[in-house]
Each structure stands twice: as C-alpha cells, then as structure tokens.
Design a protein around this ligand. Sequence first.
Ligand code: EAX
Length: 323
Amino acid sequence: MKLHQLALGLGLALGLVAGAQAQTTMKISISVAQNSHQGIAIDTFAKEVEKRTGGRYKIQTFYSGALGGERESIEAVQLGTQELAFSSTGPVPNFVPEVKILDVPFLFRDKAHARAVLDGPIGQDMLAKFEPKGFKALAWAENGFRHMTNSKRDVKTPEDLKGLKMRTMENPVHVAAYKGFGIITTPMAFPEVFTALQQGTVDGQENPLSVIISAKFDQVQKHLTLTGHVYSPAIFLMNKGAFDKLSAADKQAFIEAAKEGTKANRARVDEDDAKGVADLRAKGMTVIDTIDKAKFVSALAPVNAQFEKDFGKANLDRIRNFK
Ligand code: EAX
C-alpha cells in the first residue's frame, strides 16, 4: 500500500469513528399507540430534531407504554435513564405541584382557550417550574378534552355517575373532582386500563376521543358521554442535564422540534374530535353528545370551593378570563 493510500484509509477510518461518535441517540416514549395524536407528536419531533441537527441527534420512539406508563416515563426522565418523554399532565403534579391548577375541571371553555393559555405567559411561566425538578419542559402540547365512558349505563345527568367505578389518572385533582360526582375512583396507570375495563375491574374510564379511539376502548365500553369535564394538557419533557449539554443552537433545535410536534399533535386532536363520535358510533358505542353542562358544573360546586381555597380564586380566574 502506498503511503498516500494508507493516509487516505486512516483518514476515512477516523472520519467514520468521528461520525459514529457525533451521532447521539435519545429515547422518547408515550403510553398510547403510534397511530394517535401523541404518536404524531413524537414522530414529528424525532424527524425535526434529526433534520435540525443535521442528523447528529437521533430520537428513538417508543409507543404503547413499551417503556412503562406516564409516571414511570417522567421518573425515568428525571433520573436521566431516559432522555425524553411525552406525557399528559396526569402524573405531573407528583413531580411539579404548580401544574395541578391546569387539571381543574371546567377551567377551560374550549381548546382555543386552553391553547392560548398554554402558549401565553401563564403556560410559558409554568414551563420554568419544571427546571428545579430536573426537567427541561420543551413545549406544551395536548391530550384534549376528556369524556366519560362506561359499560353500565348511559350517563345523561351527573346523578348517573353516582356509584360508577371508574379508572382515573394518578392525579389528585381529578380524583377529588370525580369523587365529587359520586364516582368510585380507582387511580391506575394507562397501560393497565384496557384489561381492567375488559375484566370488569372498573366500570369505566375517562379520556379524550383521541385516546378512546387509539386505545380501542369501544371494544370494552358501550356508553360514551361527551362530558368534556376537563381539559388534559400534554407536555414534551427532557432530562435537564441532557438538555444543558446541548449547544445553544441544538437547544433551539430541540425546542423548535417540540413546537412542530405540538402543531401536528393539535391538528390530529382536531381531526379526531371532528370525526370521533361518528367513528365510535359506527363501532357500536352509544354516544350522548349533548348534556346540560351547567348541571355537571354545579354538581362540583363543593369541590370547586375547595379548589378555590387550594389554588387561589385569583389564579383560577386569571386562567378562566384569559383572552
Ligand atoms: O396521555 O392516562 C391517561 O388516561 C392519559 O390520558 C393517556 O395515557 C394519554
């Protein structure tokens, strides 16, 4: 071998090694299926991170609770055993209590209101609350307005909820509110819910149409009521140490990628909300799509009085009245 060939060979080999070292792989997970509003969020994020960092960062995506439920994924991100997670705010209050206020029932009028709050100063200030807990919160996204399903009866009034045994998220605000409806609450991680419904461990559950459809709950639940009782935010979380190691430009790339993920996520929620009821009816569910919402709101009056004490009426009003 001639000297210049050797030099070229060495150079190539070194280049390959350097190339291999330059690609960092990170994990992100969701608890629901890939074909969902959350799947599209993390798939878009992964694609955008790769694109915006010239392929130096590769995001491996995990679906359907393959790495555990949402609480476990947030724990893993906090510990740094997993770099990223996309989760509803369900288990978040256990890590960042300030976020609890967003899970208050009947707080948001509609999706436009919720998105404006999250994208505005209230939501953006709240992202900073994750940092002392070991997270970089990249962006808010959404799970959607939650509705109730069960296997026992049509729910037309709040009285119909009394005595139903329902799976709830591991979220103290939800548990307190649903108890206010007279529901027998059973907090449970999402990956266990389908089986619990199938085996009758619980009568029902509540989730946005996007989740009900992607989890195929129509196979194990007969009755759906569009209660829209609470808005369920979602969030892109990253281990703070992993984020801090990024260059300034790469930090921006990750944040922008999360924002693109949010756009795709919200568009899919809108799509699911638009066609979800017809879809679930076609699959055999009975859907009550109009309720007297005021009755549901007033059934929660005592619980709400407690929330106003806990969170401060001014703080709740600031969200309620945000334009
Ligand atoms: O984030 O646990 C839940 O009910 C969540 O809404 C679901 O896993 C999607």
